[in-house]
Design a protein around this ligand. Structure first.
Ligand SMILES: NC(=O)c1ccc[n+]([C@@H]2O[C@H](COP(=O)([O-])OP(=O)(O)OC[C@H]3O[C@@H](n4cnc5c(N)ncnc54)[C@H](O)[C@@H]3O)[C@@H](O)[C@H]2O)c1
Length: 406
């Protein structure tokens, strides 16, 4: 046995719950803590409150075995993992108040030899700040507990597999903390465990998502240039990518989700002078959604003038990326909200991955397509690529459905 008898997870959301279940399955007893009573009750019944393939079966199994138990309050454990949200404030500053609250909640239970790990995506320096907070309240533990940071990089929809098989970057506040954390992850991760310090590990997560954001911004900027230059951006990118060392990503209607559209702000907030490219990429990706709104509005007005009637407009897709049901920070959803509030045309909204939505009536994709005069492709859902394209309709394709080169 590795000396880790009980692990306490603080936060049982999209990342905390699957990780807690995987750790529990590996043979370590897990206490999952969440401030949300509904989350706690649901898990203790062997159910789950989030959508993630294979998770329900796993949670049910480990709860029945007594390996995973949920509670609203922490208990004395050997390892503490902080997996709470790290959003940004209205002025795009990182909000680490959840990490602070989670850390404060476990301080009374800490004892010599314990391991404390942050997994929440965090601004550089957060782990050291939490170490200071812990030692300020518990000076007796200075040099006697281990503190590390290990970012999560799973793909929603494939979380259980990736949790076990992805490589992990692990950085302690000192080398013994790194080693101790490595020993913990070795227990349930098959991927390679890479050692570093906590600041580099924090920066690594922010770098990964900022890199994606900058690369998508490049493709989005090309789409703006090509539109003005009368060039098909999809053909252009596919030709440029024939170069053996060029790999341009696909443009879209913006960038969404709770990671790529959020994490770069953790760098621009703390390094405003240095993070110029990252800040500009965020601007380009945000602007792309406004540009799409303008294009849709122009098409509606043109149709009205030419046909002397209002068009029926199909808005195809709400999710933040293809083939998922997640609407968080979705530019498609923002475009739909804006265009509907600005115009009195008739709109049909399709989102094949969700049955209903509290804000919009969702209709069948084929029905939306067949019934409309103007078709706006916002998200490259696979099902849209199978539609029979009617050349008599007006198409605004922001995600490459017609070109099918995605
Ligand atoms: N979801 C992803 O795909 C993903 C991927 C990589 C990294 N991350 C990062 O992981 C972290 C967690 O994200 P998530 O998607 O799991 O969040 P989430 O919102 O799904 O879950 C967080 C949970 O923490 C609970 N919580 C908040 N404060 C608490 C406290 N003081 N004590 C106990 N519980 C508390 C909430 O009730 C919630 O259930 C974030 O920093 C996020 O950026 C998420």
């Amino acid at each position: 046995m590795n000396g880790f008898k009980q692990v306490c997870f603080i936060g049982l959301g999209y990342i905390g719950l699957p990780t807690a279940a995987v750790v529990a399955k590996s043979g370590i007893r897990v206490l999952g803590v969440d401030i949300n009573l509904h989350v706690v009750d649901t898990i203790n019944e062997g159910n789950i409150h989030i959508v993630e393939p294979k998770l329900k079966e796993l949670v049910n199994e480990v709860v029945k075995l007594g390996q995973l138990k949920a509670s609203q309050v922490p208990e004395e454990s050997d390892v503490y993992l902080v997996v709470v949200p790290t959003p940004f404030t209205h002025d795009r500053q990182p909000d680490i108040s959840y990490v602070e609250a989670a850390t404060k909640s476990i301080i009374p239970f800490l004892k010599m030899g314990d391991l404390y790990i942050i997994e929440s995506t965090s601004p550089v320096g957060t782990t050291e700040r939490m170490a200071e907070l812990i030692f300020m309240k518990r000076p007796d533990l200075k040099g006697k507990i281990y503190i590390a940071y290990c970012p999560e990089r799973v793909l929603p929809g494939n979380v259980i597999y990736e949790l076990v098989n992805n490589d992990r970057v692990i950085g302690g506040i000192d080398s013994v903390s790194t080693e101790k954390a490595l020993n913990f992850y070795r227990f349930f991760v098959n991927g390679t465990l890479h050692k570093t310090n906590c600041r580099t590990a924090e920066m690594c997560k922010l770098t990964e998502n900022s890199s994606r954001d900058v690369q998508i911004a490049f493709a989005n900027e090309l789409s703006l240039i090509c539109d003005k230059a009368g060039i098909d951006v999809w053909e252009l990118i596919s030709l440029a990518n024939k170069h053996p060392r060029v790999k341009i990503l696909k443009p879209g209607c913006g960038v969404g989700g709770h990671c790529i559209a959020v994490d770069p702000y953790f760098l621009t907030a703390d390094f405003p002078k240095e993070a110029q490219l990252i800040a500009n990429a965020r601007e380009v990706n945000n602007y792309k959604a406004f540009w799409c709104v303008e294009k849709i509005e122009e098409a509606i007005i043109k149709y009205e003038i030419e046909n002397n009637k209002k068009p029926i407009v199909a808005l195809m897709g709400l999710a933040f990326k293809p083939d998922i049901d997640d609407l968080r920070e979705s530019p498609a959803q923002k475009i739909v909200a804006k265009i509907i509030s600005n115009h009195s045309a008739s709109f049909l909204i399709s989102e094949p991955n969700i049955d209903s939505n509290e804000r919009y009536k969702i209709v069948d994709s084929k029905f939306a397509y067949d019934s409309s005069d103007i078709i706006v492709f916002l998200v490259a859902h696979s099902i849209y690529k199978k539609l029979n394209i009617d050349k008599a309709k007006i198409h605004l394709d922001f995600c490459g459905i017609l070109n099918k080169c995605i």
